[in-house]
Structure formats: C-alpha cells, structure tokens
Design a protein around this ligand. Structure first.
Ligand code: FES
Length: 92
C-alpha cells in the first residue's frame, strides 16, 4: 500500500488514541495533542524521531533504517512513516 490514508496511533503509557489524518504526519498529529517527539530533518534521514512500535505494522518511508530494521517492525520514523494497519501502538 503506497496510498496515504488516515490511521490511528495509540500511546502505550496513557492509552490515548489519536487519529492521524491523511495530510498530517504522526509527529504533527501527536504535537497537536501535546505529545512532542524530537525531530531534526523531518524527512526520514537523520533518525532523531526514532520511536518504538509495540503493535501494528509501520509503512516505512524513511531512508534511515536498514531493510532488516524496517522488516522487524519494532521501530519507525514518525516524521515521515505511516501505517499499513488501522492502528499502531507506540512506546510513548
Ligand atoms: S526527524 Fe529525521 S528521521 Fe525523523
């Protein structure tokens, strides 16, 4: 799936569920809820925003993780990457 679609992110520590609109990155949508993930490049290159994924399958759109790291599906770069499933649970 290469289309951009809305999906949900759940924050593991609080249970909060946030909808990520199709025109908004995970970092942006979480920021609107007061959850700040540090970023630098915002293009999937630097790795600053690296976040652990507890459940769900990320749609990796970064150039930072190796193919093997992407395939493990236990971390992603939320400045650019999205989801291949309805909900990602993040270790935040
Ligand atoms: S901010 Fe650089 S990879 Fe996300």
């Amino acid at each position: 799936m290469s289309q951009t679609q809305a999906f949900e992110v759940q924050i593991k520590s609080t249970g909060l569920v946030i909808t990520i609109p199709e025109d908004c990155s995970v970092v942006e949508a979480l920021s609107f809820e007061g959850i700040e993930i540090p970023t630098s490049c915002a293009q999937g290159i630097c790795g600053t925003c690296l976040t652990r994924v507890v459940e769900g399958v990320p749609d990796h759109r970064d150039q930072y993780l190796t193919p093997q790291e992407q395939a493990a599906n236990d971390q992603f770069l939320p400045c650019c990457s999205r989801a291949l499933c309805a909900r990602l649970v993040l270790d935040l």
